[in-house]
Design a protein around this ligand. Sequence first.
Ligand SMILES: NC(=O)C1=CN([C@@H]2O[C@H](COP(=O)(O)OP(=O)(O)OC[C@H]3O[C@@H](n4cnc5c(N)ncnc54)[C@H](OP(=O)(O)O)[C@@H]3O)[C@@H](O)[C@H]2O)[C@@H](O)CC1
Ligand SMILES: [K+]
Length: 563
Amino acid sequence: MAQLLTAAQMRAMEQAAIDSGAVTGLELMERAGAGVVEAVMEEWPELAQGTHRAVVLCGPGNNGGDGFVVARLLKELGWTVEVFLYGDPEKLPPDAKANFERWQALGPTSDMLDMDAASSVALDPSEDGILLDAIFGTGLSRGLEADLRLALSSFRSVVPVCFLKSVNVDVPSGLCSDSGKWLVGEDGFDTAWRTDLTVTFHRPRVAHYLSDAQAQSLRVKDIGLDAIQSQRHASSIAPGLTALLSDAASRTYPLEIESSSFGAKDMLDAVAPQPAITELLQGCDGLIDKAETGGHKYTHGHALVLSGGFGQTGAARLAARGALRIGAGLVTLAVPGSAQMEVACQITGLMMQRVEDAAELTEVLSDARLNALCLGPGLGLERARDVVPAALAFERPTVLDADALSAFSDNPEMLFANLHGACVMTPHMGEFARLFPDIAQKLNAPAKTGPAYSKVDATRDAAARAGCVVLLKGPDTVIAAPDGRTAINAALYERQAPWLATAGSGDVLAGFITGLLARGFEPMQAAETAAWLHVECGRSFGPGLIAEDLPEILPKVLQSRMG
Ligand SMILES: NC(=O)C1=CN([C@@H]2O[C@H](COP(=O)(O)OP(=O)(O)OC[C@H]3O[C@@H](n4cnc5c(N)ncnc54)[C@H](OP(=O)(O)O)[C@@H]3O)[C@@H](O)[C@H]2O)[C@@H](O)CC1
Ligand SMILES: [K+]
């Protein structure tokens, strides 16, 4: 596992490396610039052949310094390079200034706010290449002023005309790197724009997995911090490192990525003021295939999925199928009398039990072998209000989805009073906003300054209030436990799975979680694992996916996981 980083953590790591004497800021900047060039060539191999054009927009801080390095390196490769600066060169921080001066020896720097700047670029559309945004990175503190936004959008409008690829250094300028939110200026406008490529350094920032509207592709380039860290571990000297990192990481949560490509845990492990966040790129620990564990069907648990009435049983059947496929030993659908015939005609492998109301459910749950419950898919609001409190009274591992959440929109407190620590709530943003209106309002409020309140913050706050795991759906699904553990399951970049936005997809997810709860996974682990597998199923099936396909493709995904 590796970690997602906040701006404060990244700064602390760089500073610690510099203070150790193992590297200078100038060297890190050089590696960052070289990393950008390398990433561009990797992303578009055609740009590695011959010479091309780079329009480089530099800002007033070290992000701008990276831009000057890129400009120089591309110029040395023979590219046509035009550089524009936002800010006063005299006020650049030392490393950025040094690189500005090195660039000055190779070419001019124009004022980015000059009215004619972008149109001068558009005059010559003959060479393809890149538009590089190196205006702001992790140092963005507020929304962009109107004149800069105007200039930026003029440059962006040149991109299609001149066949340029849009590349940003670290984060697109205007995006808060801790929250994934576009900061708005005093006038309430932002600079939201989807670029072709983001190149970041060492580890991704939190923001890179919290928004689907920032870049098509993300590349993380090594700038040598891991090597410095392992040298330091080897020599066992890390004086003051922990304290330094702790100070700088005041608003931090170590953010973990489960990914072989990002290497081992790093020196931020020394700082763990809050529990970790896992980004589920490569899956989760603890997914033991049923075949490996063997045993009787009851050793894999018995899940009970509550169904709605006649004509409304499809969602519960989907969930039940998902629970069975993911390895629950037995799955029973609890069905009112009106729907018994309908369900009986549709199921194989699943069992059915008549459950008319809360009283009958209470009776059924006296069988302690029913060790995981799924409440919500197709349940119906009235039935949900009746059976949910009765089910929760047993304090068995329980998934609450769809109608089990909507039924309490008018009175979330009633739901919260019944929830317990073995629950997993799986709202989409609409359901979330009805249950946690104040949190949703805070999340959706335009942000003028960073670090802004993020989807991670919102999900954590919701989990703390509800006292159970909350899985807030989206292409950037965030899963949080009441103790602060948090994971992001991002279906972004190479894990995009737009086909998952199909009717019934959420019901299958609820079923996957329920099945894993039945197998004895603890709630956070069940939610993480199910969410990851859900996306993998979507990716594995591809276009044309309908919800029914998700449980059926799961064995293939599990087999590939087992190697
Ligand atoms: N440290 C290292 O060793 C390495 C760092 N690296 C690179 O450095 C980047 C971080 O650099 P950074 O900290 O200098 O921040 P950066 O994003 O350039 O901006 C800060 C400047 O912008 C200003 N400013 C902010 N918001 C503004 C606004 N809305 N409108 C106008 N101005 C605004 C702010 O001014 P202030 O807020 O103080 O008014 C300040 O002047 C990082 O993303 C990575 O690319 C790599 O080279 C690897 C090695
Ligand atoms: K940038």
